[in-house]
Design a protein around this ligand. Structure first.
Ligand SMILES: Cc1cc2nc3c(=O)[nH]c(=O)nc-3n(C[C@H](O)[C@H](O)[C@H](O)COP(=O)(O)OP(=O)(O)OC[C@H]3O[C@@H](n4cnc5c(N)ncnc54)[C@H](O)[C@@H]3O)c2cc1C
Length: 382
């Protein structure tokens, strides 16, 4: 059927999610003259960034974090603060005059009857048909709390890092942070600076730590340079660089990792950007301890058998993509619940169904979201 007689070409493309990924795709599609509607479940764009902990700053540079078609203002500085990211995303939606419908949660996507496009089921019994769909619901979608034995009966305060805002409620308290990714590392430092009496950090896998920038050279730029090189080349060089740049914290309970930096990043664990953790561990203000094994009524049991009784436990244990409800029937997710295709690529059984933001690249997620936005727009406007 010729494109101009195909009824599906009159339909808009729906973008699910009004975070940076969704907004960038919508802007790129609009630039190509494709009618695009963003569906966002919360009341405003940038919902994730509104919820993040207060001290958060981008660890990617301002220039390399901007989305297509609008720079982040110079006044935001090199490492953009969380509230400036929110302001930028609001300005971005306005600048590109994006069509955004808020308060609409898409619950399921299926092929439209007759095969022309996609049928979206959304809250309030809405059914929407689009010629294409971009799923941009976020890598950090649903907080993940490990199923620790005894967790349900634990009487102490236990929260996910996604619910942590700032250190004020923990001043003078003994806090255990679980997990040493970027979030756990930063929350531990925030607690120390915010006056917590004691901060312990439960470590299962020792992370790679890099300085956010060295002599003005951002870690993100190294990430961009190395990401396509062979790991066997990069891993030893990264280990050497870490020895030169960072003190040995083995005696403080944080040995150097025994797997390579790029090998680890390719498994999805990007390095921790140091925003004060190294210094805090060196000074004994953050105490690394063994991983959490289980809970008793009033105690946390660590993998080395130690039992501790902190006032609060903050689990920086990551998120799930939670795509099963949305696209679980389409045979498009891998065993770990991630889409098998990404960016401009689609599967033959699901043409016009794109995913953005479901990788964790060492080169910076916002940068990759921007690149994918342009590629997806090109694919969908063909
Ligand atoms: C703490 C933290 C710090 C980060 N720092 C950086 C950094 O410095 N540099 C960098 O490049 N990257 C960083 N990232 C990674 C990444 O850039 C951000 O997570 C970014 O927000 C991802 O954008 P997104 O649009 O894919 O997802 P999100 O920003 O999470 O947006 C998804 C949107 O979809 C909406 N939504 C979800 N489900 C539905 C549904 N079913 N229907 C309708 N709407 C829905 C949500 O409400 C949300 O608004 C960071 C991530 C985290 C968690």
């Amino acid at each position: 059927m010729a494109a101009d007689t195909d009824p599906s070409t009159d339909l808009p493309v729906y973008v699910i999610g009004g975070g940076p990924g969704g907004l960038a795709v919508a802007a790129a599609l609009r630039e190509r003259g494709v009618r695009t509607v963003v569906l966002e479940r919360s009341e405003a764009v940038a919902a994730s960034w509104r919820r993040h902990y207060r001290r958060l700053r981008l660890h990617t540079t301002r220039r390399r974090s901007a989305l297509p078609g609008l720079k982040i203002p110079r006044s935001a500085g090199r490492w953009v603060a969380r509230e400036d990211v929110v302001r930028y995303l609001e300005a971005y939606a306005e600048h590109h005059a994006l069509e955004i419908v808020t308060g609409v949660e898409v619950t399921r996507i299926e092929r439209a009857p007759g095969g022309a496009g996609w049928l979206l089921h959304a809250t309030g019994g809405r059914q929407l048909t689009g010629r294409g769909v971009v799923v941009a619901t976020g890598y950090n979608h649903t907080p993940k709390l490990p199923d620790w034995p005894g967790r349900e009966a634990y009487e102490g305060e236990l929260l996910h890092a996604g619910d942590y805002r700032d250190a004020r409620p923990y001043a003078g308290k003994d806090v255990l942070v679980v997990g040493v990714g970027n979030t756990g590392a930063e929350i531990a430092v925030d607690l120390v600076e915010g006056g917590a009496a004691r901060v312990r950090l439960a470590v299962r896998t020792v992370p790679h730590i890099v300085r956010r920038s060295t002599l003005g050279w951002p870690a993100q730029s190294s990430g961009i340079l190395i990401r396509r090189l062979p790991a066997r080349l990069v891993d030893p060089l990264a280990a050497l660089q870490a020895r030169i740049a960072l003190p040995d914290l083995t005696s403080k309970g944080l040995p150097r990792p025994d797997t390579g930096l790029l090998s680890r990043a390719r498994e999805g664990a990007i390095p921790v950007q140091d925003v004060g953790l190294v210094d805090a561990v060196r000074k004994g203000r953050v105490e690394p301890v063994a991983a959490v094994e289980s809970f008793e009524e009033d105690k946390v049991v660590l993998a080395d058998g130690t039992r501790i009784a902190p006032d609060a436990v903050i689990a920086a244990t990551g998120y799930r993509r939670a795509l099963e409800g949305l696209v679980g029937d389409l045979d498009i997710l891998d065993a770990r619940g991630r889409p098998r295709v990404h960016g401009p690529r689609t599967t033959p059984t699901a043409p016009g169904l794109h995913f953005t933001g479901f990788t964790n690249p060492i080169s910076g997620m916002l940068r990759e979201l921007s690149r994918d936005a342009r590629r997806i727009a090109k694919a969908l406007s063909r």
